[in-house]
Design a binder for this molecule. Structure first.
Ligand code: HEC
Length: 133
């Protein structure tokens, strides 16, 4: 019986933690959507499709999905020089936008779970804070 209660409690606690992380992600994405509309949409476009040869796509981007740290670094400190996104080469310049760590986490959670992207773990402001220029 003790074992049963123990198992039952762990299940409930596990479920609660899972749901909490889920709604934290949904809230972060909601905020990130606004950051995206304010700061990113002009270049990367409404559905993250980008502009051919000029602004790389964020939609189904192998860069966003496989280069989590580089993507966060790019959003925080800017990015220039040659990169390859989905087999296409870009050599442009994205200036840093002066966003707070929390806004960077939010916008990355938004793009990382939109348009065919699937980031494994939720991004937190703490993770963004560890990035060095
Ligand atoms: C002025 C245009 C511009 C704006 C605004 C802009 N970007 Fe970019 N972004 C670029 C360019 C150009 C590159 C490629 C830079 C290079 O070639 O090295 C890029 C690259 C990226 C990349 C890595 C490549 C990819 O396509 O996956 C990510 C991630 C990214 N941007 C996210 C964002 C986010 C999030 C915002 C808003 C907070 C944003 N960008 C705002 C122009 C812009």
């Amino acid at each position: 019986m003790k074992l049963f209660i123990g198992l039952y409690c762990s299940f409930i606690i596990g479920l609660a933690l899972y749901l909490r992380q889920d709604s934290a992600l949904a809230q972060s994405m909601e905020r990130g959507k606004e950051v995206y509309a304010d700061f990113c949409i002009t270049c990367h476009m409404a559905e993250g499709e980008g502009v051919a040869y000029t602004f790389p796509p964020l939609a189904a981007s192998d860069f966003v999905n496989n280069k989590r740290t580089e993507s966060l670094h790019a959003i925080k400190f800017g990015l220039q020089g040659e990169i390859t996104v989905n087999g296409e080469t870009y050599n442009g310049n994205m200036a840093p936008m002066g966003l707070e760590d929390e806004e960077i986490a939010d916008v990355m959670n938004y793009i990382g779970h939109s348009w065919g992207n699937a980031l494994e773990k939720m991004v937190t402001p703490e993770e963004v804070a560890t990035l060095k220029k």
